[in-house]
Design a protein around this ligand. Structure first.
Ligand code: ZN
Ligand code: ZN
Length: 249
C-alpha cells in the first residue's frame, strides 16, 4: 500500500521515502516502487499467507502475472524465513481453477493482485514527487545527486503533474542531468580514452539505458504496454466463455 502522508510542510512519510530513493541513485520513482514491491511481497508471503482476504483476492485474480510469479519464486528460494511452504499455500487454489477451466471450456484471465497494488503505489509516488517540488527541498536534493535521474516515463509523468514554476525548474535540472550523463557516457566509451577505466565507469551504459527505460516493475509494465498487450488493470475480469458444445442455447 502507498504510505500515507500528513505533515503540513510536505515532509511526511512519502517525502522520507522519496529522499531515500533519490539518495540511492537511478530513477527515484522506479527505486521507490521497487522497494514497496519487495516489502509488499515479503509481507504477503511471511505474514498474510493465511489471511483469507488476501488469498481470496489472489484466487479471484487467478494468481499473479509471470513477472511476479518469478519474483515470488526468487524470494522463496533466497529467504529462509519464507521457504517454499508459503507460496505453495498461496497458490494452492490455482491448479484446480485451471483444471476446471479446461474441463468447462472457459477462459481464465489473470489480474495480478501485486500489479494492481503497485499501480496505486506508483501513482502516489509520482504525484507526491510533483507536489513536493513546490513544498520541500526535494528538487535541490535531486539536483545535487548526479547519480539520481528520473527515467523518461517518470520524468514525463512528474512533469505533467507539477505546477508551472516547478515544471520549468525540473525541466532545466533534467536537461542538465541528461546532458551530463551523455557527456560522461561518450567520454567513457570513446575509443580514444586511454585512462584507467573503473568498474563504475565501464558500467556507465547501464545508467544510460536505465535513464531511458527505467528499471524493475515500472520498466516491465511499460514493455508490456509497448508490445500492445493490455496492462493488468485493463484485463477483463474473469468471464466464462462457453464452448459451443457446452452451450445450452
Ligand atoms: Zn522510473
Ligand atoms: Zn504482477
Amino acid at each position: 500500500m502507498p504510505p500515507k502522508g500528513g505533515e503540513s510542510d510536505g515532509k511526511d512519510v512519502i517525502y522520507v521515502m522519496l529522499v531515500d530513493a533519490v539518495s540511492r541513485g537511478g530513477c527515484p520513482i522506479c527505486r521507490a516502487v521497487e522497494k514497496s514491491e519487495n516489502s509488499m511481497l515479503w509481507i504477503m508471503l511471511y505474514e498474510h499467507v493465511n489471511d483469507p482476504h488476501v488469498r481470496e483476492r489472489i484466487r479471484r485474480g487467478n494468481g499473479f502475472c509471470a513477472y511476479h510469479f518469478q519474483k515470488i519464486v526468487e524470494m522463496a528460494r533466497s529467504d529462509p524465513l519464507i521457504g517454499g511452504l508459503a507460496p505453495a499455500i498461496i497458490v494452492e487454489d490455482l491448479p484446480s481453477r485451471y483444471i476446471e477451466s479446461v474441463r468447462e471450456g472457459t477462459t481464465l484471465e489473470t489480474e495480478c493482485f501485486v500489479c494492481s497494488e503497485l499501480e496505486r503505489v506508483e501513482e502516489s509516488y509520482t504525484s507526491s514527487f510533483a507536489s513536493k517540488l513546490d513544498t520541500t527541498d526535494l528538487l535541490t536534493r535531486y539536483e545535487s545527486n548526479p547519480g539520481s535521474l528520473l527515467c523518461y516515463k517518470h520524468y514525463l509523468e512528474v512533469y505533467s503533474r507539477a505546477s508551472e514554476p516547478a515544471r520549468e525548474r525540473l525541466r532545466e535540472v533534467q536537461l542538465r542531468k541528461m546532458e551530463s550523463l551523455l557527456q560522461s557516457y561518450i567520454a567513457k566509451n570513446d575509443y580514444r580514452f586511454i585512462g584507467t577505466i573503473t568498474e563504475a565507469e565501464a558500467s556507465s551504459w547501464v545508467e544510460a539505458v536505465e535513464a531511458i527505460v527505467g528499471s524493475g516493475w515500472s520498466s516491465h509494465r511499460r514493455h508490456r504496454e509497448r508490445q500492445g498487450r493490455a496492462p493488468p488493470r485493463l484485463l477483463r475480469p474473469l468471464r466464462a466463455h462457453r464452448h459451443p458444445t457446452h452451450s445450452h442455447r
